[in-house]
Design a protein around this ligand. Sequence first.
Ligand SMILES: C[S@@+](CC[C@H](N)C(=O)[O-])C[C@H]1O[C@@H](n2cnc3c(N)ncnc32)[C@H](O)[C@@H]1O
Length: 411
Amino acid sequence: MSETPHIAGLPARAAALELLAAALSRRAGLDEGLSHPALAALAPRDRGFARALAMATLRHLGAIDAALQARLKKPPPERIVHVLRLGAAQLLVLKTPAHAAVGSTVDLAAAQKGGAAFKGLVNAVLRGLTREPPDLDDPDLLLPSWLAARWQAAYGRDAARAIAATIPMEPATDVTIKATGATERSDQKGEVTAWPGFAEGDWWVQDASAAVPARLLHVGPGETALDLCAAPGGKTLQLAAAGAAVVAVDRSAGRLKRVGENLARTGLSAEVVQADAAEWRDGRTFDAVLLDAPCSATGTFRRHPDVLWMASPAEIPKLAAVQARLLDAAARRVKPGGRLVYCVCSLEPEEGEGQVEAFLRRAPGFALDPVAAGEGGAPQASRRPDGTLRILPHHREGGTDGFYVARLRRA
Ligand SMILES: C[S@@+](CC[C@H](N)C(=O)[O-])C[C@H]1O[C@@H](n2cnc3c(N)ncnc32)[C@H](O)[C@@H]1O
């Protein structure tokens, strides 16, 4: 936020509440919440405020909840807890002046069904936080302890702390330039669609890490490429811009619509197929195959801080089983001598390293094709001894998404 915090009206704070409630009620709720009518109805400035407030709340949720719990004898209804979370974030993160943050939060509570009964409580809790502000950057409160323990086991104590330290940071927006394929970190603010060159399709939003896997395929004109689990299409655009004849497969019709829009805007082309990639009946094989498998997405917490709180240890083995099936299906589409890139935006080894190690044991026709240091724009620190990549969020100044990437070659 700027030095003079914008004090938005009740509709903007109500929209932030819808967004927070959606984000914490189900997986991918944040993305769905971003298209909520309450948000769409706002003027751009208020929409920006609502989004920033919900995101600030999610990025500090562990510390905010600890501070609230210490002041609540008995938890109020969930809706009022969300209101309190937003109030705390206004006060402690956005640094809204106390009288405005408290007053507007009490109003928001009163606007909820049955909320009038909680006005006194909301007022008292927020006044308490004003008098004794908690330490929002307490490293032990940045993420759920089961996830902290996992990252420590996988990457060691120091790296786990460095990853966690990127959680409260507001991420920059990276874009991929169509003409060169390079990543640039944008310093533009406001709605992306209003930035210069967007309508002309000169670039698309794509995190620097997410842009690495497609580059490692080194496709060119005259080659065929298959992008499995393609929507919304960032990697499809890269492969098409590099000159390959691309087939993009995804099972979600809604998400494929965005692939079509992105292709149209950038003037690129690809054959778009709606199918389950594991079951897709098609006789073709390809020079290059990319599988960006569905995963726990724990590496995307910078733009999706809700994943930290919505992920669960039980889902990881289930996702790993899906990934194994998809990887086998992807492998069947690779021409002899062709290459296969597998990637996930997860920080969990079972979805990355473990997945590829198990695949290599059951698919003797494939071998790792080691990625060279710095190849494809990968951070130096991300290269593992076997030539696969483990990109961690602190590997890039200012942060980046976490990814695992492996390149394989068919004999
Ligand atoms: C990580 S996202 C892909 C992001 C995309 N590759 C990009 O760069 O823009 C995973 C995608 O997998 C799709 N998906 C999940 N299971 C699938 C399956 N069995 N077959 C095809 N697509 C699937 C989801 O609809 C989702 O769009």
